[in-house]
Design a protein around this ligand. Structure first.
Ligand SMILES: [Zn+2]
Ligand SMILES: [Zn+2]
Length: 140
């Protein structure tokens, strides 16, 4: 399987080969900043299978957080494309940047007709080792 995608303005392009290790969605507070408030749909790609084919991403990492992730985005249009965690080799690729963002995680589909109605909550946190893994909202 080959996946291609890029940023909103087209300056950044990437390719990913093979089967993503995981497709999931995350509802944590951090992801809300990047998704607009809804779930962040992402794929986990082994780093050797992912490469930028056009453009060089700008990257950002918060210095005030322990184990802060590195976020890669287009310097021109600001589209956030991928995230890298210090505790995990895989590239966390944002599904919305795929050329064909037909995507399902937890049986929900990412499309304009999606029936998903996620709630926004500031209480969700990414577990340090879970990589935003399958983080369905769960009120405990
Ligand atoms: Zn761009
Ligand atoms: Zn998250």
């Amino acid at each position: 399987m080959e996946l291609t995608g890029g940023c909103y303005c087209g300056a950044m392009r990437y390719e990913a080969e093979g089967k993503p290790k995981l497709r999931a969605q995350c509802h944590c507070r951090e992801c809300q900043y990047f998704s607009g408030g809804g779930p962040n749909f992402f794929l986990l790609i082994p780093p050797e299978n992912f490469r930028y084919t056009e453009g060089t991403p700008q990257s950002f990492r918060r210095s005030d957080l322990e184990n802060a992730v590195t976020r890669e985005f287009c310097a021109q249009c600001g589209t956030h494309l991928a995230t890298r965690r210090q505790d995990m080799p895989e590239v966390i690729l944002k599904a919305g940047t795929l050329d064909g963002p037909n995507f399902s995680a937890n049986r929900r589909s990412l499309s304009s007709r999606s029936t998903a109605s996620p709630s926004i909550s500031s209480r969700k946190k990414c577990l340090p080792t879970s990589a935003c893994r399958d983080a369905e909202p769960k009120d405990t």
